[in-house]
Write a protein that binds this ligand. Sequence first.
Ligand SMILES: [Zn+2]
Ligand SMILES: [Zn+2]
Length: 232
Amino acid sequence: MSKTKRLAIDFHVHVDENVNYEKIPQMMRARNLDGAGIVTHNNFAFAKKVVKKFTRVDKTKVYFPGVEIDTADGHLLAFGINKEIPVNKSAAATVELIRSLGGTSIIPHPFMSHNSVGWTAANLKADGMEFYNGFAKIFLNFPNIMAKVAFKYNGFSPLGGSDSHYHKAIGTCFTWVEIDGKPSEEKILAAVKRGATFPAIRPIDQYDLVNFIRIVFTPKKGRKVVRFLDYF
Ligand SMILES: [Zn+2]
Ligand SMILES: [Zn+2]
């Protein structure tokens, strides 16, 4: 029988918006991560391309592609799919679509500004939720605490993700994932579905600050801009 092991996985690593993503495999080692969900905003094909490249140069980690979708209600992460997910549908319809494609859906940063699903999350049948998000961490962790208080008992697998748009910020929040045997994308996503996950957060550092500045001040062509002051 194979032994159960815990992998350190960052489910929310961006490779879009001018991210110096070639340096991610090197940072994965520095941050002691075992795997990463590689995402873009609304462009699954690109994340898939980057994952192929990473897998070629670094066979020691599990890289798996995903997408952060702009739904009509706010951001939603999808993994384990094999096609683009349309934007601007309701979060509920998007979760259903991901499920029908055999994918895994995760609600990121539920309480960050207007690009988040907020209280709508209570009615979503998503597989997981970020109780620790690297961007939300900057606000004295308050949006993360609020997510946990509000949705602790809604059946979402608890996750952590850095939301890194800066390669040095990867792993600032991450998830311990329990699997048996050889690590793979399928096993990691199956663990999310069955709730074998434990969110983790590292103390705030200068990389979190740079990441915050990058997210807020990177122009987003055709996308809603993060107006963080809306939150207060
Ligand atoms: Zn987001
Ligand atoms: Zn993100």
